[in-house]
Structures are given as C-alpha cells and as structure tokens.
Design a protein. Structure first.
Length: 432
C-alpha cells in the first residue's frame, strides 16, 4: 500500500515487488535482463553498496544468488561473480545475503526460485480452500454482525473489506507474527530495520482473483484503502490510486534537480490535502449532511475546494447524487460502527487463530523441500510468502462462492478491487 510520491506513504511488500534495474553492461552491449524481482519489508535508508537492493541489481550477483539456492558457493564462484562490479564478498556477508559455512558460502536471505513459487502455489491451493471453508462455516454469524451497517446495499462490499482486507491480509500478517509463525524484519548494523526478499522471474502463476494487494492512504482522521488483485492496478477509480498519475506531471523537471525536488514536495502536500478533504466530505455525507448547503456548514473547506472534491468523489462513484442529495457509494466506517467492526474482526481472528494452529505445522512439513529451507533458513522466513498465496486462494474462493462481493463479477464498476473508507482509529493497518 502506498502513494508513490517519494514513498510518503510507506510501501508494504506483497507478491509483486519492484526491482532496481542494473546498469551493468559488458563490452558496450545492452544490459542483461534481470533474473530476480527484489523487494523490502520495512525501511532501508542506506544507499549504494550499503543498500542490498542496489547490490542485488547486478545481474551477475543475481545469478550467483540463484546458484546458491542449489549448492554452497566456493570462494572462486563468488570471486567470478563479483568481478567487474563494485560488490565484494565481504559486502555480501556484511549485508547478510550470504553466510560463511566453513570454507563455503550459503544463501542467507529469502530467495524463491520459480520451482519454489510453483511448489508454494500448488500447496497453497488446498490450504486456501480449507481456510475459505473455515470462514464459510461462520457465514451466518458474519451476516448477522453486518446487519448493523445502515446501508444494506453496501454490506457485501464491506464484508469483503473487513475479511479479505483487514482480516486476512492485514490481520493475518499481524496474527502470524504474534503467534511466532512469521519472522519480523531484523535490525541491521546501520540501524535500518528490514527484510530483503527476492523471487526468480518467470514463474508464470495465475493470480487473477487473488485479493492480495492493498493500497492505503492513512489520514490523521480518515483513511482510504482499496483491496484487490494485482491485475486491478492501477485502480483508476480508487483512492488513493487516482492520484498516482500526478507523479508523471513533474518528470520534465528532473533536469532541474532543485526545482524538481521542491515541486515534488509541493505535489505531495497537495495530494495529502486533497485526501484529507475527501475524508471530511465522505464522513459528513455518511453522517447525514446530504446537500451542498449542509456540507457548506459542516465541512471546514473552502467553497471551491469542496465543490472540486465532491465532483471527483462523484465521478469515481464514492458519492452518488440524486435530486441534489448525496449518498455514499462505497463502504465507509465511522466511529458509530466500532462495535460492528470489532465484532467482525474478533470473529475473523478467532477463526484464523484456530485454523493457523491446526495447519501451520502441516504447511511447514509439506514445504520442507523449498530451497530456503534446504539452505538452513527458518520456515518463519518463508511463511510470509506462503501466507500470501494461501489467503489469496481463500479470498478468491470466498468471492466466487458469494461469501462477500466478487470484485471480478461482470459489470462490477471497480474491476478486481473494492474500496473502503474508514475512520483511522477503527482498524489496525498493514503490517510493515
């Protein structure tokens, strides 16, 4: 989840990670195609050779890491791989990408080969179905809880946001960490706290309908999220996604670095201000201020700004207008909804806790052959990825079975995703 402007809103790694493309060239030829996609859970402030993302951008280093998945490396293999790059063996050890094992060197970070990804995908299909069945068994209870939401037409979307989004995605990661099933980002020598991870490109897995990805703008009072699959991005009618395109507006100023930096900062301020304004208006309409006159007296925004934001919210379907009266078009959670939210998430957590305790060791046993495990790394390090595939299968199954709304159903305005607007104190956001 992120706003792309300068990482102002922190990005949380899911299955689709960004890659720093290498500037590595040989004899003036075109740069080699990268072999890995690399991402970070946590935050890296370091740069250059102190940043593992930069070190892993060199294709020869990527190839070395892939070799390390299958056998311990010799000094000669490492020396050949780093030749022609600024990377050294000591740097790979310092960044904890490799570890010394007698006179050899073993892989020391999370790298999943194509075969690993396919094995996790195959195993997770059955576990995901089992998880979906566990939630389906409590469908009447969830439906009863959601009867407290005043707009019946939005309850199926709201249940998706609470279960697929806040419950299985955010809540699942938090819970797995609490139970000791998922490793937390580690503290590194330079003070950064992060977990670096890579996947081999080309696994070709079908993730359409796997509702793994969240985008969130956490506001001081009101937050905006979208929950959906990777194929739904960019989410052209979702907040905060609708503002992502503004970043390209400053590209031409890159040749003027001082102007570019200040202009980019100004755009960030404007975007965050617009999101705050949108939160005020959505909350006011949900509370019953359904005309321009009522909004003008209950929202502390200038007339021009109010009209502009209302027009945007109406255009993307977050507000509806009928006979000069507004109503909300997507689920929004206010302070009044706290008992309902707490009840839904408490039930979700109970179902998930029981399921994880019953299935975690089975998952670990079934996936004991993954290359990170063969290299002596703990399953808790791998579980982050296993969990995403597992709850991806579960969210897809629940959507297709009608447990909640199906974002991939024909005619759905928000194709592949569901928006949620929420008072920031009501939910525990994404896990870093």
């Amino acid at each position: 989840m992120r706003i792309h402007f300068g990482g102002v809103i922190a990005g949380v790694f899911l299955l689709a990670s960004s890659t720093i493309l290498s500037g590595e060239e040989t004899g003036g030829s075109e740069p080699e195609e990268p072999l890995l996609s690399t991402g970070v859970t946590g935050s890296i402030r370091a740069s250059g050779l102190d940043d593992p993302q930069y070190v892993l951008s060199f294709v020869s280093i990527q190839r070395l890491m892939l070799d390390a998945t299958s056998h311990p490396l010799t000094s000669e293999e490492v020396a050949a791989a780093v030749r022609g790059t600024p990377v050294t063996l000591d740097r790979l050890l310092q960044l904890e990408l490799l570890r010394r094992d007698d006179d050899k060197f073993r892989l020391n970070y999370l790298l999943l080969t194509s075969a690993d990804q396919q094995a996790i995908y195959a195993a997770s299909a059955g576990f995901g179905q089992s998880l979906a069945d566990a939630f389906r068994a409590h469908k009447p209870e969830f439906d009863q809880i959601l009867t407290r939401y005043p707009d019946a037409s939005l309850r199926a979307q709201l249940l998706f946001g609470l279960i697929a989004g806040a419950g299985l995605n955010w809540g699942g990661l938090h819970l797995a960490t609490e139970l000791g099933y998922r490793v937390q980002p580690g503290h590194h020598a330079n003070g950064d706290v992060y977990l670096i991870h890579s996947t081999e490109r080309g696994a070709q897995l079908n993730l359409v309908g796997f509702y793994l990805d969240s985008q969130t703008a956490p506001g001081p009072k009101v937050s905006f999220s979208t929950f959906g699959d990777g194929d739904s991005m960019p989410r052209l009618q979702g907040l905060p996604d609708v503002f992502d395109g503004l970043e390209s507006a400053v590209e031409d100023w890159k040749k003027l670095p001082s102007v570019y930096a200040t202009l980019r900062s100004e755009y960030i301020v404007l975007v965050l201000s617009a999101i705050d304004d949108a939160g005020q208006i959505m909350s006011a309409v949900a509370a019953g201020n359904d005309t321009d006159k009522l909004l003008s007296t209950n929202v502390s925004i200038s007339t021009d700004r109010r009209k502009s934001v209302v027009a945007l919210l109406t255009a993307i379907g977050y507000l509806r207008e009928t006979d000069h009266h507004y109503s909300v078009g997507v689920p929004i959670l206010l302070d009044r909804d706290k008992p309902m939210v707490d009840a839904a998430l408490t039930l979700s957590r109970r179902v998930l806790t029981e399921w994880l305790r019953a299935n975690y060791s089975l998952m670990e046993k079934k996936l004991a052959g993954l290359s990170p495990i063969r290299n002596g790394l703990p399953f808790t390090l791998v579980f982050n990825e296993v969990w995403h595939y597992t709850f991806g299968f579960a969210t897809k199954s629940l959507a297709e079975a009608g447990f909640y709304t199906n974002p991939r159903a024909p005619g759905n305005r928000y194709e592949g995703y569901v928006p949620l607007v929420w008072t920031s104190s009501l939910l525990q956001g994404p896990s870093e």
